[in-house]
Write a protein of this length. Structure first.
Lengths: 177, 191
């Protein structure tokens, strides 16, 4: 009797291992896909959205920091490289980070790295070239997120910081190929 | 029962069981099996290629778009310094000294990482908000009721967590987060 169940149970165990791994592997892609959809829902790809400060009533992503101003650009490299330009905000922590479709960080540039200069990144795929003046960031997937964090020591700084961050650009490089 | 029926049952149970166990593990909190330091827990590989499949899935659920350690470290406490679960009906003193990084803040979250509605509209205490004494020691209160001085409301949350963000942490903290000097969380009393 039990011997007849031996192989079915073994097969079930193998399927369980496979399903376990597949679920873990798929989770980041699925959650990133959902987040990109939520963030980019009312905006086209390849342009910055300048979010309001996070509050209990405004939480675009999970675990938002109420001390940081967030600007986001959902990028899509399927039609060519995307250029990201972020002006410096003097005297405070700020950073530009690039997340791929699997949630991994492809690049981070903070004020400590740029030493007062703007951050200028060219998001490219294999075979694409970064134009002069841009640091290349090679990505394995078409879609992802560019995220700018700027620290506010005090909410009253928002107006001044907002004026600077709105000069940030995220745009598709016009290509001939 | 025919052989194919036995296989169908085995495979169906495997599919459901494997998926359910994965979901259970991913939902089992951000910090299982990671580095502990008093009540705080963190990981060394958030947002990086080194992250394990499970860590990446957990971070995607509870800390999507987290920065890598050289940029910022995220320490999360779900318990006080005596090991009791953080309870929204209780008051806590959070006391610390100079933290080994450029800037820090402590934010209160509920659930998978959501800011808690509260009348005072306070969600975090940052380095710039506390008043250190001559030795660099500072403190603030976490409580359901308004407090004098620096205060983080628990709102109506039953359970909550505190996330300490340390931006541009020192190389020592990045290498040995378990040895970093972090704040204590002391329970004072419960309503």
């Amino acid at each position: 009797m039990m011997r007849r169940w031996l192989f079915p149970i073994f097969a079930g165990g193998l399927v369980a291992l496979g399903a376990y791994q597949a679920t873990l592997l798929a989770t980041p892609y699925a959650l990133m896909y959902a987040a990109l959809k939520k963030i980019g829902s009312d905006e086209a790809s390849n342009r910055f959205v300048f979010s309001k400060m996070a509050t209990a009533d405004n939480q675009p992503i999970v675990r938002p920091s109420p001390d940081l101003s967030y600007s986001t650009c959902v990028f899509d490299l399927s039609k060519g490289p995307v250029l990201v330009d972020v002006p410096p905000v003097p005297g405070r922590y700020w950073s530009l980070s690039i997340f791929d479709a699997r949630t991994d960080v492809a690049a981070v540039r903070s004020d400590r790295d740029t030493k007062g200069a703007p951050a200028r990144l060219a998001l490219i795929k294999q075979g694409q070239m970064a134009p002069a003046g841009y640091e290349p960031v090679l990505l394995g997937y078409d879609r992802g997120l560019a995220l700018v964090r700027i620290l506010l020591a005090n909410p009253s700084e928002f107006t001044a910081v907002d004026a600077i961050r709105r000069k940030s650009t995220c745009k598709q490089l016009a290509t001939s190929n | 029962m025919k052989a194919w029926q036995r296989y169908a049952i085995g495979i169906a149970l495997g599919l459901v069981g494997g998926t359910a166990f994965a979901v259970h593990q991913v939902r089992g909190g951000l910090n299982d099996g990671l580095v502990s330091n008093g009540p705080w827990e963190t990981g060394k590989s958030f947002g990086t290629l080194d992250a394990s499949t499970l860590t990446r899935a957990k971070v995607a659920l509870s800390g999507l778009m987290a920065l890598p350690a050289k940029e910022a470290m995220y320490f999360t406490a779900t318990h006080d310094s005596d090991g009791r679960k953080l309870d929204g009906r209780c008051s806590y003193d959070v006391r610390g000294g100079t933290l080994d990084g450029r800037w820090w803040s402590v934010t209160l979250y509920e659930g998978e990482g959501w800011l808690v509605k509260n009348a005072a509209k306070r969600w975090s205490v940052a380095a710039s908000a506390v008043t250190p004494d001559a030795q660099g020691r500072w403190s603030f209160t976490v409580s359901p009721d308004a407090q004098d001085g620096n205060w983080l409301p628990t709102g109506s949350a039953k359970a909550f967590d505190l996330t300490l963000r340390l931006y541009h942490p020192s190389p020592e903290v990045i290498a040995n987060p378990e040895k970093a000097k972090l704040p204590v969380i002391e329970r004072k009393g419960c309503a």
